[in-house]
Design a protein around this ligand. Sequence first.
Ligand code: NAP
Length: 425
Amino acid sequence: MGNVSIGDAPGHLPLRTIAENYDAVLFAYGASKDKKLGIPGEDLHGVVSARSFVGWYNGLPEYEDLNPDLQSGDTAVIIGQGNVALDVARILLAPLDLLRKTDISEQAIEALSKSRVTDVKVIGRRGPLQAPYTIKELRELLHMPGVGFASPPEGWNDLIRIDRKQLPRQLKRIAELLEKGPKTPMEQAQKAWQLGFLRSPTEFLSADGKNLSAVGFERTEYVAEPSSVIPKDDGPALSGPPAAMNAIRDLKVRGTGAKAKIDASLAFRSVGYQSEPLIGFKELGIPFDQKLGIVPNDMHGRVVDPERGPVAGLSAAHVPGMYCAGWVKRGPTGVIASTMDDAFHSADIIMKDWHDEVRFNEFGDSETRGGLEVVKREIEKRGIRSVSWADWEKIDAVERSRGKEKGKVREKVRSIGEMLKILDG
Ligand code: NAP
């Protein structure tokens, strides 16, 4: 059931209602907040959260009014080098004809068609092999027609500082891809991008006290020589990536005190996402780890409470009937495929616990749990207009047919009010 918000306020459904009516509850609500940098100037006009920009061009109702300023200057700085940063760069750089065929919102196409941004700088605090971007996303951007890529002035060798023969396969491919550069030579490029490394943001600067005019950085350096961190005997790991891969990826940096500055009227903060606890967790005794931004769990998806341990050799006990999956379980990492695998695993664990007859949910009376019928009644009583799967299919059909008229996959309905109008006439 969609369009149902969990909470205590009027028009919301209390978590307790769900907990009392089901044997098990699985939390898979993702990460709804973006991390902030906590540096001066973060609220200046022109500093945009990558998360809201992604939501805006994807037509999410929450970000309909974002109105990013794409016209004040030609340079955009993106802080962070994960796949979200590359997503933002791709949208700023992609030829409009390519974007028009996707399901990007018409509103975004309109704004991007007037964009003056031609130069995108994606800046990371560590080096090319420490950045979390993945090969497929990097390649897609490097191969984008009409888009140039400027190599960093330091040169790849100076930045990577590891003999290519010593690199694990995946990192070697990244190094080769970066060194090979773009499909489009710079002279033929209409727009271009650049990756900047070993720079940590310190402040957003403004010439007039209101609008962003530059981003300030401190230069950083590796805490150890990159080639020295590779373990001598790196045999095949039993599971997961080889030790060399982890050692290189995890290499840290420290500030050097040297300052740098990039003039720009637009900057995106793209430094990761964060989950939040649901209203009702406290009341039901469901823990939340504020530091890690996750629901504490046993890595299999069983919610555990350190306050309830130690039990049977474990330091924390399972909160009966409570499970989690995805970003609230593991933190905001991984591509869609790995998040799906994680969800399948949590689902398998619920099945296993059921077969093993472990103790399930302890709220309410297990003999009289009402399941969906009771929850539905409560939703109606609270005046919530929930959306069923059949409703979703109706909205989907309207989006597809509106898209077809424009020669694209779909044209998204951008406000919840309009979605409900489609359903209720
Ligand atoms: P991410 O991959 O965690 O990248 C965050 C970036 O921000 C890193 O470069 C990180 O640098 C940097 N950063 C963090 N705190 C910082 C600070 N205080 N100062 C400067 N830099 C800072 O996060 P994301 O890009 O938001 O992506 C989230 C997840 O979604 C990832 O797993 C990603 O792969 C996935 N995703 C996948 C796709 C796709 O499949 N196509 C698309 C979008 C997102 P450090 O490494 O030094 O911490």
